[in-house]
Design a protein around this ligand. Sequence first.
Ligand SMILES: O=P(O)(O)OC[C@H]1O[C@H](O)[C@H](O)[C@@H](O)[C@@H]1O
Length: 291
Amino acid sequence: MTQFEGTLPAGVSLADHEGLPVVQVRTDAASADIALQGAQVLSWRPAGADEVLWLSPHAVFEPGTAVRGGVPLCAPWFGPGRKKDKPSAHGWFRTASWTLADAAVEGDDVVLRFTLSGADADVPEGEATDISAEYLVRVGRELGLSLTVTAGAEGLDLEEALHTYLSVSDVAGIRIEGLGGTRYADKAPGGRAVNAQPGDLTLTRQTDRVYGHDGQAIVVDEAAGRRIVVDKEGSGSTVIWNPWEAKAAEAPDIGDAWRGFVCVEAANALNQHVQLDPGAAHTITTRLSLQ
Ligand SMILES: O=P(O)(O)OC[C@H]1O[C@H](O)[C@H](O)[C@@H](O)[C@@H]1O
């Protein structure tokens, strides 16, 4: 575990979550848990509200294994990579050990800064090791997540996602506003590369779509009496994912719990990948709030 060397502000502490080191935030405005592995936000609960993120009841907490739920950081590629030639799913950021570099109180919020250097990480053979990243996690009545990736000497063909699992009462009963009028690539079996989204999205089966979409999306969960607003910047794709029953049965860390989440991911993937010159940086940001 990489220990924070300064003094942690009030409301911030280091703890253990089933064997994984986590940063815990407990303030009057919100609570949150962030694992150092993958800088993965596992929980965010604004004061007076129910948990907003979904963490699988079957999640596995083992060093080097991606945890199912919260906000895994996918980079420097997404899925198998846009040319389908990458050695592991979703890139090495999500299981790397990040450093908590700074923790500060700003008004009602706590801002955590995590850093990652490819030189110190377990980067797959043949992939650039001079990539670095910084991740700002702002915990308050809103959850603000901002990932900056800096290319190494070769430049970088970057794909990334803030792979946000949102907790819903029943994925089959929600509606997603904000995607109407956009186009998407359908990655579900038999799906076409280009499709039009006519209006709001309701999910009725296995859904795995990369929307060309740079604006707001709202998950309307009437049964839970809430709307989860997903704002973003620096992101040309929104990924919507739920495996549905049969596919979930193949993933032991989802199984019968599949109805409880929808992934709405601020991303830059497929056609919306980001081409970085040597030493150049790109920032992707998402902000979650409740209505
Ligand atoms: O099982 P994982 O590697 O965590 O990936 C889970 C899912 O992530 C994204 O949403 C992709 O679009 C899906 O194709 C993938 O199945």
